[in-house]
Design a protein around this ligand. Structure first.
Ligand code: PLP
Length: 395
């Protein structure tokens, strides 16, 4: 055996020994309020990002099928060669409307979108660019900044303590030697379920002349009076420099990501961002699903209202059963249990009780803060939530 295979085997053993080995569950029915897991059976799903229940909505599925029928399975090329189809432009106009920006461009994932915008801006910034990031930002933002620093070794980056506005201001001041400061934050923090203090962040960016980038992957469809996200929640809709997000959560749950901003920034992404130049355009099925999901969200906010009611019901139910939950406008409710083994054991027990909810431990979350992450959807009816709450009572 070559030493590399030994490395691989050893690393997997380390993961197993540390209790960090992820067990992939195989679903044998579509995702919705309920699903079915091979070897387990029917379960209530409390771990999906399909916040509006659109992933299995008949209109969304039909739009995906129709797009594939009309355009085929994929683009067969990257966007700048022959992989830009007219559905891309339609979807990108819809995303801009949803984001309150001039225009937008799409990628096959939000991971790629974050990498595109941050690494490209860092690459062109010489020694004048400094990216300032919340410590709990998503891994795609962290890795995008690492990549940007590799591409342009003169670029700088700094991290501030989670949602600590005094520290953000201090970092902004410390970075005053960088004329191009970029503050990047998740809109909703995926493991905490709390939302960025966007009013304060926006004010600080304005005061210090910094650009603001918000990844609202968990906020779109969930936060704000009409579900347009965290910016709308704070009355800042249309005033954020640059929004990124995924098409794989509330917006149909298929796949894809976007950067939405001023026309020139988007043009730069098209011209220079490597995840678009060297990777295929979004496939018709995914684009069709997202397009229909956005159309539904823009036309009818009843799913947003139902989601909010479900979140309130579930949080109250958990609280009355003695679980500590975090308040907030998002659909994510973490229940902190401390040790990783405890969170994993709790999620196993809940699965036996017919509830699919994931336990997260280190290194996904900081050591000692392992948790169950409960995610609610507009797809849930009261009977699903009651079944889940009964299971939590038994737990
Ligand atoms: C905040 C945030 N950004 C980006 C992503 C990546 O999204 P995608 O699955 O489209 O790559 C996720 C996915 O979990 C996320 O939570």
């Amino acid at each position: 055996m070559t030493p590399v295979w030994q490395l691989v085997d050893r690393d997997l053993e380390v993961l197993r020994a540390a209790g960090q080995f992820k067990q992939l569950r195989t679903l044998t029915r579509p995702m919705g309020a309920e699903s079915e897991i091979a070897g387990v059976g029917r379960v209530v799903v409390l771990c999906s990002n399909d916040y509006l229940g659109l992933a299995s909505d008949p209109a969304v599925t039909a739009a995906a099928i129709e797009a594939a029928r009309q355009w085929g399975a994929g683009t067969g090329s990257v966007r700048f060669i022959c992989g830009t189809f007219d559905y891309h432009h339609r979807l990108e106009r819809q995303i801009a409307e949803l984001s309150g920006t001039e225009t937008s461009t799409t990628y096959v994932s939000c991971w790629n979108a974050n990498e595109a915008v941050l690494a490209t801006l860092m690459a062109i910034g010489g020694d004048s660019v400094c990216v300032i990031s919340d410590e709990l930002n998503h891994a795609s933002i962290i890795d995008a900044i690492r990549l940007g620093r590799q591409i342009n070794k003169n670029s700088k980056s700094a991290v501030y303590k989670h949602s600590n506005m005094e520290e953000l201001e201090r970092v902004l001041k410390e970075a005053s030697g960088s004329s191009c400061r970029i503050v990047v934050t998740d809109g909703v923090f995926s493991m905490e379920g709390d939302i960025a203090k966007l009013d304060r962040i926006h004010a600080l960016c304005t005061e210090y002349g910094a650009m603001l980038v918000v990844d609202d992957s968990h906020g779109v469809g969930v936060c704000g009076p009409t579900g347009k996200g965290v910016a709308e929640h704070y009355g800042l809709f249309g005033r954020i420099d640059c929004m990124t997000g995924t098409l794989g959560k509330a917006l149909g749950g298929a796949a894809g990501g976007y950067v939405a901003s001023r026309a020139n920034l988007i043009e730069l992404m098209v011209q220079k961002s490597r995840p678009q130049i060297f990777s295929n355009g979004l496939a018709p099925g995914s684009a069709g699903a997202a397009s229909k999901a956005i159309e539904i969200l823009l036309r009818d906010t009843s799913r947003v209202t139902k989601l909010r009611e479900n979140v309130r019901y579930m949080r109250e139910g958990l609280k009355s059963r003695g679980f500590e939950t975090v308040e907030g406008p998002s659909a994510i409710t973490p229940i902190i249990l401390g040790a990783t083994a405890k969170a994993i054991a709790a999620s196993k027990r809940l699965l036996e009780l017919g509830v699919f909810v994931i336990g997260f431990g280190y290194p996904v979350v900081p050591e000692g803060t392992a948790r169950l992450r409960v995610q609610i959807s507009a797809a849930h009816e009261k009977q699903h939530l009651d079944r889940a709450l009964d299971a939590f009572s038994k737990l």
